[in-house]
Structure formats: C-alpha cells, structure tokens
Design a protein around this ligand. Structure first.
Ligand SMILES: *Cc1c(COP(=O)(O)O)cnc(C)c1O
Length: 361
C-alpha cells in the first residue's frame, strides 16, 4: 500500500506509528475485549484513557497546576462564543488582533456579546504579516485580549507575544499546539481544535487558568460554561471518546518517539527551513509571508501565474503530494507541514518542486 504525503491544513496527517497502534488495538483495547469506540465513557478502562491523555498533555506542554485542561466538542469555532460568554463579563470589553479569517471570526462572534475592539489588523496586505503592537493602544480594563497564534490560512505566526499586563491573553493555537514549547503561564486561556496537530477531528482542547472559571453570564448555555466541564472532568456529557484516545497515542509518540517539544521544534524548524530556503532561492516559486513572521506549520507559496499554480498542484498530486492547493482566499499553494509530516516528505516535495521548475522554465 502506498501512502501519499498529505499536506492538508486539517484534518491532516497523523504519525504512521500512531495509526498502526490504533489499528492493532481496534478490536480489542488492552485485553478489554472491546474497541475504544464501543466503551462506556464511565468505565474504568476508559477513565484510564482520558486521565492518561490529560496527564500526558500536562507533562508534554508543562501546564502549571493552576490551569484546567478541558476536552470539549464543537471545534475551535465554538470557543469564539464560549470565550465572550465566559470571560466578557467584567467591563464587557475585549481586544482583538485581526491576523486572518479565524482571528476575525473570534472578533465577530465576541462583538455580539460586548465591546470588541480591533487593536490592529494585517488585512491591508492579505494578512501576510503580524502587525506590530503598541501596548499603549490596548484597552486597560478589557476582560481578555485575543490573538490567533498561528494563522493556518496565511502562514504567519507570532514570534513575540503582546504584553497585556493584567489582562488575560487568550490564544487560538489550533494549528501550532504541540509544534514547539509554549510558556502556558503567559496565557489566561489557550484553545485548539485537535484535527491539525493532535488527533482526528472531534475534540477541542481548552487550557484555562482557574481564576477565569466561574464568571460566565447567566444566559450561558450549560454546555458552553467552562465551569460545568471543569467541575465534571470533561465528563458532564459524553466526551469525544475516540479522539481523546487518539490524542493520547499522539502524545505518547511525541514523548517517547520524538522526545518532547524541544525535539519536535528542532524537527519542525528543519522541515520549514528546507522549504523556505528553496522558496527564497527559486526563480519560479516564492513564499507569500514576510520572512520574520513565517509559520513553521503552514507554508503558502505562489508562482505568480495562476495556470502554472494549477498545473503544479495537479502534477504534484499525481506524484503523491496531495492537498497542496492554497486556501481560496490566498490562491496559489500551501504546504501544511505539521508534526506528523516526516522530514523525508518535505525533502521529496522540494526535489519535486526543483524538477517542476526546471521542466517549466
Ligand atoms: C482550523 C482552525 C479553526 C477552526 O477549527 P474548527 O475545529 O473547524 O472549528 C480555528 N482556528 C484556527 C487557527 C484553525 O486553524
């Protein structure tokens, strides 16, 4: 069986060793005589899976004890509403930096609940950079300050965090969670959909400082209240059981095979470096993001000729490099090179791009 190199932005590749392990355990998990898909979420055997997943996430990400970890459903997109419902209940204000579509959705949703302020935006240049931020322009009494850390569609990332003082910094880390170490203590809330870098679709991880729990508005739906999920260990209702199990396998792989987030970062830097070096030296292809804000995870690029872009995507797919078409709002190509993409996959893509360039120039 030939597996392709899948450059999808999400859902995306999973480590092959993890898929094999899941396959081996599909019919009989650990001598239980059941698949994890079939288990009661209240059973002892499942309790070990969800608790093990949380313990591993805490260990790998070095999450401080005063943070709760929640495994929720509804995607990262539900957080755009959960955040204002739960946090925008003091001054009723929150600050936003608009670095792309996801950041903008978080802003628009919050605008329905209170005073959402746009501090800066990079829309003027198709979100190809991270705006420079001046703390003097931040809302002093905001209930939170929201950023989208890695901008999946546009391929930008914050290399420096805004200094928000006492205002809790909230970050969407859907497309960069587990890609490198992150200082959790700098944030009030971190959240991420699983399907980019952690597991299959179906789960959203929320990492929230304990003092931010318990402030929800009265109208908050029960299922949207962080307190409910925190008090019930993410088991108020049926959690996304199988995705949590898959996340546990991915975390075991990260810890035992990769050796933790420092090593993962080195591998990701190597992969991104291969691609950016090629783009910087190519006469046909170029990256679309300013050099200092480039993402390690999502690498958009163009030839400058739409027909050539389309031909490249088509020939690449035929050669086993799939899902390289860029997001419709940017055009061109995008290679998403999350943790599970092996170095070899990027080396081979670069070799293919070189050959394409020679053949078509
Ligand atoms: C994919 C993505 C989302 C949307 O996630 P869903 O789980 O589909 O709601 C939000 N933010 C970022 C940064 C993403 O990459």
């Amino acid at each position: 069986m030939a597996r392709v190199y899948n450059f999808s932005a999400g859902p995306s590749m999973l480590p092959e060793a993890v898929l094999q392990r899941a396959a081996a355990e599909m019919l009989d998990y650990n001598g239980s005589g059941q698949s994890v898909m079939e288990m009661s979420h209240r059973s002892k055997v499942y309790e070990e899976i969800i608790n093990g997943c949380e313990a591993l996430l805490r260990e790998v990400m070095q999450i401080p004890d005063n943070y709760k970890v929640l495994f929720l459903q509804g995607g990262a997109s539900s957080q755009f509403a959960m955040l204002p419902l739960n946090l925008m209940n003091g001054s009723g204000k929150a600050d936003f930096v608009i670095t792309g579509q996801w950041a903008n959705k978080a802003y628009q949703e919050a605008s329905r609940y209170g005073e959402a302020n746009v501090i800066a935006s990079s829309k003027d240049k198709t979100f190809s950079y991270i705006p420079k931020l001046d703390p003097a322009t931040f809302t002093k009494d905001a209930d939170y300050f929201h950023i989208c850390m890695n901008n999946t569609i546009y391929g930008t990332v914050y290399h420096e965090l805004p200094d928000t003082g006492d205002v809790p910094l909230v970050a969407d880390i859907s497309s960069c969670i587990l890609s490198e170490p992150i200082d959790v203590s700098r944030f009030g809330v971190l959240y991420a959909g699983a399907q980019k870098n952690m597991a299959p679709a179906g789960m959203t991880v929320v990492i929230i400082r304990e003092d931010l729990i318990g402030k929800a508005r009265d109208i908050t739906p029960t299922m949207f209240n962080y307190q409910i999920h925190a008090d019930n260990g993410s088991m108020y209702n049926t959690p996304p059981c199988y995705t949590i199990y898959m996340a546990k396998l991915v975390l075991e792989w990260l810890k035992n095979e990769i050796g933790g987030l420092e090593n993962m970062k080195a591998i990701n830097e190597k992969k991104a470096g291969l691609l950016y070096d090629f783009l910087d030296n190519s006469k046909m292809f170029r990256g679309t993001v300013v050099a200092e804000d480039r993402s390690l995870m999502n690498v958009p690029f163009v030839t400058g000729n739409e027909e050539l872009d389309a031909l490249f995507v088509k020939e690449a797919a035929a050669a086993g490099f799939v899902n390289l078409k860029g997001h419709r709002s940017v055009g061109g190509m995008r290679a998403s090179i999350y943790n599970a993409m092996p170095v070899e996959g990027v080396e081979k893509l670069v070799a293919f791009m070189k050959a394409f360039e020679e053949a078509h120039s």
